[in-house]
Design a protein around this ligand. Structure first.
Ligand code: BGC
Length: 391
């Protein structure tokens, strides 16, 4: 390891440890002011800090609840007041919420967009008032008024998803060495919502690994649907993914053939896909022949599925670290400083390349749930056993 990498790794450990030490709870920890669906304004911060608006897409996914809670408590710990809003995946609602934050006098905005192209009007109003705008996890597109982007290395997330699919099929071992299986294997592909810039990064990352194996016949996409335009799921909806999987089983696998693996880019989609496969009579567990299904976000329901040998893998993106980064960036702006970016090339939003801070993600398999998710305080052992977030 180079000195630079070592220093970066050591810094990462320090951040993780200090977060674990001082954060009040893991992903499941809730905050009473943020539990109602569309609004959770809290003015309980100290007198000194200003108001910061935090716009999140939906509470139907435990991932975004964890993000909202972590950002809110991080800001409040620094003395800011927080207006945290969830928009039920409805674009006009999110636009109104951001308008509301601006008129309430927000001094900075942290936004995880539903549709990354629909906020230009709000952002222009904010920019005219000098309010810094931080794009949270999802890149806001087509606007020059995006000051900073905090996210994970999204291409690498896709690479990890595809890698875990290969591990599940036995083509690779977890340590990256070659596995015993040679295929051919029937697989199907799913992608996220096309209005979310991340969906392309995940899919392209995954296909960078899968395409060569599709080309040499190791993997067979039996439906023939290999383009993101064919496999995307609008708004990342679980029910839509279930429906598409049901349709694929009818159209492509009624001849007695079996699907052996499914690339799924998000745990909610994975659960829809798993329901379709269960209803179609596939065996109960992966060891007994249930298909290998991937995921993302380490949502508690899916972590339980992984522990129970139903879902094969997920990608853990520590929302505590992302929230901490968003808080650091907001504070830098409010102190008149320039936040530190570690990527100034990758994320072109159509108008400009947005300075970004990218975090690292981890593949979760049944055998590292304990070390990655329980020992770090993200989920408790009880939550994993029940599949339900406490609180
Ligand atoms: C996030 C993923 C999440 C997906 C669906 C993406 O923008 O990066 O973590 O799975 O949205 O909510």
């Amino acid at each position: 390891m180079s000195l630079k990498k070592f220093v970066a790794a050591a810094a990462g450990v320090t951040i993780a440890l200090s977060l674990a030490a001082c954060s009040g709870g893991g992903a499941g920890a809730t905050d009473d002011t943020s539990s109602s669906d569309t609004s959770s304004s809290s003015d309980s911060g100290s007198m000194e800090g200003g108001l910061i608006g935090v716009a999140m897409p939906t509470q139907t996914s435990s991932r975004w609840i964890a993000d909202g809670n972590a950002v809110k408590s991080g800001l409040e710990d620094l003395g800011y007041s927080v207006d945290l809003q969830y928009a039920n995946n409805d674009i006009p609602t999110q636009q109104q919420q951001i308008d509301g934050m601006i008129s309430k006098g927000a001094e900075a905005l942290i936004i995880a967009a539903i549709d990354g192209t629909t906020l230009s009007g709000q952002l222009q109003t904010a920019a005219d008032k000098g309010i810094p705008i931080i794009s949270y996890d999802r890149l806001i597109r087509d606007s020059e008024n995006v000051d900073f982007y905090v996210t994970f290395d999204n291409f690498k997330v896709g690479v990890q998803q595809a890698t875990s699919l290969l591990v599940g099929l036995g083509i690779l071992n977890e340590d990256g060495s070659e596995g015993d299986a040679t295929g051919p294997f029937n697989i199907e592909l799913f992608a996220g919502s096309l209005d979310d810039n991340n969906a392309f990064f995940f899919f392209n990352g995954a296909m960078s690994i899968l395409q060569p194996l599709i080309d040499d016949g190791t993997l067979v996409v039996k439906s023939g649907q290999t383009k993101i335009e064919q496999v995307n799921i609008l708004r990342w909806e679980q029910e839509t993914a279930q429906k598409r999987m049901e349709d694929l089983l009818t159209s492509t696998y009624s001849d007695g053939s079996k699907v052996q693996g499914v690339l799924s880019p998000y745990d909610g989609l994975s659960r829809g896909i798993i329901t379709a496969l269960q209803n179609a009579g596939y065996p109960a567990t992966i060891s007994e022949g249930f298909p290998v299904v991937t995921g993302q976000d380490a949502e508690i329901e899916s972590v339980k599925f992984i522990a129970d040998d139903v879902q094969f893998s997920t990608i853990f993106k520590d929302t505590r670290l992302l929230a901490d980064q968003a808080v650091t960036v907001a504070q830098a702006y409010l102190n008149g400083e320039t936040p530190e970016a570690n990527d100034t090339e990758t994320y072109d939003n159509g108008v400009k390349v947005v300075p970004s801070y990218l975090l690292e993600s981890t593949i979760i398999y049944a055998d590292n749930i304990q070390s990655q998710l329980v020992d770090t305080g993200y989920w408790t052992a009880d939550e994993v056993a029940s599949g339900i977030a406490a609180g």
